[in-house]
Design a protein around this ligand. Structure first.
Ligand code: AVI
Length: 343
């Protein structure tokens, strides 16, 4: 039996004995205003390059395209991280002891299952707190997990990372671990990354953990093909962002007027994804009352994907009150799982 309730702030929840889902997303009005402002700000930059906020990648089609990217032969991060988890999950959970698993951007929770399996092998109590902006995906994967793990308790939070971390329930096991896998941290600009890490450290108690899956810096000969795949899926993923903007804001972007390219920036150790206008043209986004001019060769930066160095990340974490306990790698050291603990 499940019960649903709504609070005065418009937050709602759904619960039974093993499942509780809390909707902590701010009112849709506020979210829409922030989204609109971010698009206007990014497309009207006068001196620096135009940008778009990466959250516009993920409408239904964009999510499907990203799933496809994860299986591409050139895109090594997903399978490499999965290999590390398959190989070392038991060691990782033994380091953490009895621990609640909080996951940022839980999606279909595929990789988390490897950690839950390892906890089950240790006979640890299983408590999982997935956080995702998509309530549909979160509910669906929670339902599946409850079927597959008969002793598991799930407390899901639907909202942005910032909203959800601010609303975590009191801890009910000796420790809590925030897991942020898939190197999604690399898509954050440095100041956003600082804010998130500071919020994580502030949310956790002494002895709690942060488990980060990070794509490590490497030769552009490996990185660039991973973001310029031969089947053109990453290009379609980027162009789909323009179709998504058309739908959201009554726009008339013609995605075919833009070329896609992923370029490695060695100064910043990051991949940068660009959509470049093929010819001079104008785009109108009616609902934003915005007209944008493009000159031939003018680029929009759609996303950055930072590539990490373990020693520098160790120092970075230490400055935020997190001490690196251990790093697990694949044999080529292309990807790392970094476990750190709150001092
Ligand atoms: C989600 N994120 C970690 C991906 C990455 O590799 O930065 C997003 C992506 N964009 C293009 N390909 C993959």
């Amino acid at each position: 039996m499940s019960t649903f309730s709504s609070t005065t702030q418009g937050h709602s929840s759904c619960s039974n004995e093993r499942l509780h889902i809390e909707y902590v997303n701010a009112s849709s009005h506020l979210t829409a205003t922030n989204d609109a402002e971010a698009v206007i700000e990014g497309l009207t930059r006068s001196r620096s390059r135009k940008t778009l906020p990466p959250q516009f990648f993920y409408d239904d089609k964009g999510s499907q395209l990203f799933e496809k990217i994860c299986t591409l032969p050139e895109y090594y991060p997903t399978r490499t991280e999965a290999w590390i988890l398959q190989t070392y999950a038991s060691e990782i959970v033994q380091k953490m002891g009895e621990c609640e698993l909080v996951e940022l951007g839980s999606g279909s929770s595929t990789k988390t299952r490897l950690l839950l399996d390892a906890c089950a092998r240790q006979n640890y109590p299983l408590r999982y707190l997935p956080i995702d902006v998509s309530g549909g995906i979160l509910q669906e994967s929670a339902k599946q997990l409850l079927q597959d793990y008969p002793t598991l308790k799930v407390y899901g939070l639907v909202g942005t990372y910032e909203q959800a971390l601010a609303k975590l329930p009191p801890v009910s096991l000796p420790h809590r671990a925030i897991c942020f896998l898939g190197s999604t941290l690399g898509n954050f600009y440095p100041e956003e990354c600082d804010r998130l890490l500071e919020q994580m450290a502030a949310t956790l108690n002494t002895g709690d953990f942060v488990l980060l899956g990070l794509d490590l810096d490497k030769s552009p000969a490996i990185l660039e093909p991973a973001y310029n795949d031969s089947q053109g899926v990453t290009a379609a993923f980027n162009r789909n962002m323009l179709s998504h903007l058309n739908w959201r804001f009554g726009g008339n972007f013609d995605p075919d007027l833009f070329d896609y390219e992923g370029r490695y920036n060695p100064e910043k150790s990051q991949m940068e994804m660009y959509l470049t206008a093929r010819q001079s043209h104008q785009v109108r986004l009616e609902k934003l009352d915005l007209t944008v001019e493009f000159s031939p060769g003018e680029a929009i930066l759609t996303e950055i994907s930072r590539k990490f160095n373990v020693d520098r990340t160790e120092n970075y974490l230490r400055d935020r009150g997190l001490s690196l306990i251990q790093t697990w790698h694949d044999p080529q050291k292309w990807f790392g799982l970094l476990l750190s603990q709150v001092l």
